[in-house]
Design a protein around this ligand. Structure first.
Ligand code: FE2
Length: 337
């Protein structure tokens, strides 16, 4: 059939000029709408990013006190409660509007029997061959606390790194800590005066922290490693183990811990509604041990969110924390309840 038809007629196989123009206009409109949609999408993303960054900046200058309770029948006669304040991961960081006295005041409000420092109070670069530690803020915070309370200090991976890469810098830092009267617990223990509670600092080498960012595998702790480090903890006492990375609760319980205090993950940077952390400073994703309470057998572990930031300087739904831990006599708790 001849598809060429006289002027004015419509050929089903050809497109009239009017239709072409209409179709082009349509495409233009669609492109405009698509562009508008993309523009809207980009605007929403930028708005959200700006909101989250502002929120993070706000959170970093806050200080939240969280309360925990651990019940025990191991407190000596006449002691019904021992109150600890646990802080970790300061990373020598102090927001511009903060002062060491603000931290001391927050601690004063809860009147603890002792303050426990869970490591990484300083920052030590991984990349420098002989790192110069950042310690100025840490020292001023610790000295403002140490004058008022018994202070016990367990190492984090940054203190251990300093010892391994710059022994002189480490010796100088630790001697300043000692001069403040702080009990620096490197594979050793000490009693909180008048409470019967023993605090042990379990030191871990870099191997335990994972050498490769993002790799989830836990470093297997050799059998009886903790006992080899700190000696046999007397199970008649209430024993607090400071283990900076919160992956060794089971091993600690077997070594006689009643309570493990850990930090290291900074709450997971962004805390998801189910309590997991979106990402640790070591680029591990969705870890559940980023913050809060955990139990294994008879032992409890409390993981602090830390005070400062480092590497990824973001905190969302993850306020800097002072943790108050009440070790309470079971009998007293039952009477009170
Ligand atoms: Fe750490």
């Amino acid at each position: 059939m001849d598809r060429t038809i006289a002027s004015g007629a419509v050929d089903s196989g050809s497109i009239p000029l009017g239709d072409v123009a209409e179709r082009r206009a349509c495409m233009c409109m669609r492109a405009v709408f698509l562009w508008d949609d993309m523009g809207l999408f980009i605007a929403i993303i930028m708005f959200l990013a700006a909101f989250l960054l502002l929120r993070s900046e706000w959170e970093k200058v806050q200080l939240k006190t969280d309360h925990y309770e651990v019940r025990t029948d191991k407190l000596p006669e006449g002691v019904s409660k021992v109150r600890l304040v646990f802080v970790s991961d300061l990373h020598d960081y102090m927001p511009a509007r903060h002062t060491p006295e603000m931290i001391t005041k927050a601690i004063d409000l809860v009147k603890p029997d002792a303050v426990i420092l869970g490591g990484d109070m300083i920052t030590v670069s991984k990349s420098e061959r002989v790192p110069r530690p950042e310690t100025k803020t840490a020292l001023s915070v610790i000295s403002s606390i140490a004058g008022k309370y018994p202070v016990f200090y367990g190492e984090g991976n940054h203190e251990t790194r300093l010892m391994e890469k710059n022994p002189e810098g480490y010796a100088s830092y630790v001697s300043e800590i000692f001069s403040m009267g702080v009990r620096y617990l490197r594979d050793t223990g000490a009693e909180i005066p008048g409470t019967g509670v023993q605090v042990y600092g379990v030191n871990l080498s870099d191997d335990f922290y994972g050498r490769f960012p993002g790799i989830e595998k836990k470093y297997e702790m050799p059998e009886r490693y903790i006992e080899g480090a700190i000696g046999e903890a007397d199970r008649k006492n209430f024993n607090v183990f400071l283990i900076h990375i919160p992956l060794y609760l089971e091993e600690a319980e077997k070594a006689g811990a009643d309570l493990v205090l850990s930090g290291h993950y900074h709450g997971g940077t962004v805390r998801l509604p189910d309590g997991r952390g979106l990402m640790t400073p070591q680029y591990q994703f969705f870890k559940k041990e980023c913050s809060g309470e955990f139990t294994y057998g008879k032992a409890k572990m409390i993981v602090g969110r830390g005070l400062g930031t480092h590497s990824i300087k973001i905190r969302i739904n993850d306020l800097p924390q002072i943790a108050v831990v009440d070790i309470t006599d079971e009998g007293t708790s039952k009477v009170q309840n």
